[in-house]
Design a protein around this ligand. Structure first.
Ligand code: FE2
Length: 296
């Protein structure tokens, strides 16, 4: 199974070949042109994933989903999503053909536009994604963008991304996005919950991230995360856990320049490694990835 690619791959995978007519890479969603088969893929994914949400997704995800025009019947119309979303947090959903270059991606986020893949995966590839499609982007990301904290954080990430590119430290910043917006867990009073879009839009990873004994679950710490590589083609070996989504607000206010400087002087970390200073919630068995490595 492959996982939705996000920011770090946008530029690498997109290339110039797929460049659309508009400079910002947006296209019309063309909602009227989705076929019954495509709506049926959405329905399958929506129903399967919705069964997993209660007791696994964070409160904010459920609240966002409840108030959005997203249902099982059809692929959501971005115009209707944007109407509701913009009234709540000032965000819009815009359609793109797939991966877009990093600078285009950041420019959209910095202006509260979420670029969502227009296409949907094929019926024979339900768990296989090379690029983020409309299910990952809409089901995974849009409910969280209804939350003011996530809304501010993702905008700040877009602004920070443009700066990080100029400073040559984009890989460090991209890891923050990866281990929060895409693959973040949060400790809530009810228990450990998912807020990361890459997890909550994936059936298998929703189960793996919360309950499997294999991965590590470690308290989020900014510099630690910035040093930690990640898996783009498989489940994560380590998940980083926030005490509270409010931590993201503090993170959005941090002056990253001195942090980059400190991180630059330290070694990079492999995804599954644990450090003496880590606040470890689960010391993973590593069984899953060990078996995968043997199989290769
Ligand atoms: Fe994503």
């Amino acid at each position: 199974m492959k996982h939705p690619s996000t920011a770090p791959k946008h530029g690498l995978a997109a290339g110039d070949a797929g460049r659309p007519e508009r400079a910002d890479w947006t296209i019309d969603q063309g909602w009227e042109r989705y076929t019954q088969e495509e709506h049926a893929v959405w329905r399958f994914l929506f129903e399967r994933q919705s069964r997993l949400v209660p007791g696994r997704a964070c409160r904010e995800f459920e609240e966002g989903m409840r108030d959005l025009p997203i249902g099982a019947d059809q692929i959501p119309d971005f115009r209707r999503l944007s109407d509701v979303l913009s009234r709540r947090t000032g965000w819009q959903v815009v359609a793109v053909p797939g991966l877009v270059p990093d600078d285009v991606f950041f420019e959209h986020l910095a202006n509260r536009r979420f670029p969502a893949g227009q296409f949907i995966r094929r019926a024979d590839q339900l768990d296989y994604l090379e690029e983020p499609d409309v299910f990952h982007d809409v089901f995974g990301h849009v409910p969280m963008l209804m939350n003011p904290i996530l809304a501010d954080f993702v905008q700040a990430y877009g602004e920070g991304g443009l700066r990080a590119q100029r400073m040559g430290v984009l890989p460090n910043l991209a890891r923050v996005y990866w281990y929060t917006v895409e693959f973040g867990l949060v400790q809530q009073t009810e228990g450990l919950r998912i807020y990361g879009s890459g997890i909550i839009s994936s059936y298998a990873e929703s189960l793996f991230a919360l309950a499997d004994p294999s991965p590590n679950r470690v308290r989020f710490e900014l510099e630690r995360v910035m040093r930690t590589r990640y898996r783009i083609d498989d489940f994560q070996e380590t998940y980083f856990v926030l005490h509270d989504l409010e931590e993201l607000l503090e993170l959005a206010r941090v002056d990253f320049a001195p942090v980059y400087e400190r991180v630059r002087q330290q070694s990079e970390l492999e995804p599954g490694i644990l450090l003496p200073g880590d606040d470890i919630m689960t010391r993973g068995t590593g069984v899953y990835h060990a078996a995968r490595a043997e199989g290769n």
